[in-house]
Design a protein around this ligand. Structure first.
Ligand code: ADP
Length: 225
């Protein structure tokens, strides 16, 4: 079963009279339980690819399948619902809500998805314990270290048990030791939950720890050694 499939995805930005083709016939499959590194120089279309995969942008051609479901023909409401329930996002900066506690930040997407307070709290506690933050449930982000904040962001991203996790430099803001630790937690969560992950990174050591590596060349996605 594929978590994500890009099928002949085209994406061209138009500005004035100019067309800037970024993705041209891009194909990619990320299977359930698989962690794929996206390693490409900036400007080649990594963000564009992540936005298309995350249903934040619509491709001009081709299709994006989430858990086998084609999405380009869905309306905006259906795409939003799919994004909320099936896709988790982790960014370089944690974007946690500062006035909420760690547990509340992880509860938030679950309650938006309709879960009750008690269930959301139980799931948040379980996830935060799994990533070693069981003692930090009621701490606000400002009282946590950078690595701890990013671990909360990871827990929040997987709170609704998505099929697909999209990460953009998830440890790019951390020192090498903390980055290593946080990445280990991310990997443990992916492997434990069986979701598929596409992780953009410039960190070649982290890329090597993933199951596969891909890059973008002339708008197409190519496997790397
Ligand atoms: P990366 O994430 O690999 O740095 P992006 O996907 O952000 O690359 O962008 C790829 C190229 O497309 C860049 O040259 C960028 O300037 C251009 N681009 C990105 N978004 C837009 C947009 N909304 N309109 C026009 N050009 C864009």
């Amino acid at each position: 079963m594929s978590a994500l499939e890009l099928s002949a995805v085209d994406r061209t930005y138009r500005q004035g009279g100019n067309a800037l083709p970024i993705l041209q016939g891009a194909n990619l499959v990320v299977r359930a339980g698989e962690m794929v590194a996206l390693v490409a120089p900036s400007g080649t279309g990594k963000s564009t690819l992540l936005h298309c995969a995350g249903l934040l942008e619509k491709p001009d051609g081709g299709d994006v399948l989430i858990g086998g479901m084609p999405t380009v023909r869905l309306d905006d409401g259906e795409r939003t619902r799919l994004r909320r329930t099936e896709i988790g996002f982790v960014y370089q900066f944690h974007h946690l809500l500062p006035e909420l506690t760690a547990a509340e930040n992880v509860m938030m997407p679950q309650m938006i998805a309709g879960l009750g307070h008690e269930q959301a709290r139980a799931r948040a506690s379980e996830l935060l314990r799994f990533i070693g933050l069981g003692e930090r449930l009621d701490h606000q982000p400002g009282t946590l270290s950078g690595g701890e904040q990013q671990r909360v962001a990871i827990a929040r991203a997987v709170a609704n048990a998505p099929r697909l996790l999209l990460a953009d430099e998830p440890t790019g803001n951390l020192d090498p030791h903390t980055s290593d630790h946080v990445f280990g937690m991310l990997m443990a969560i992916v492997k434990q939950s069986g979701l598929g992950a596409l992780v953009a990174t410039h960190n070649i050591d982290l890329a090597r720890r993933m199951d596969r590596r891909v890059t973008i060349r002339a708008g197409a996605i190519e496997e790397m050694a």
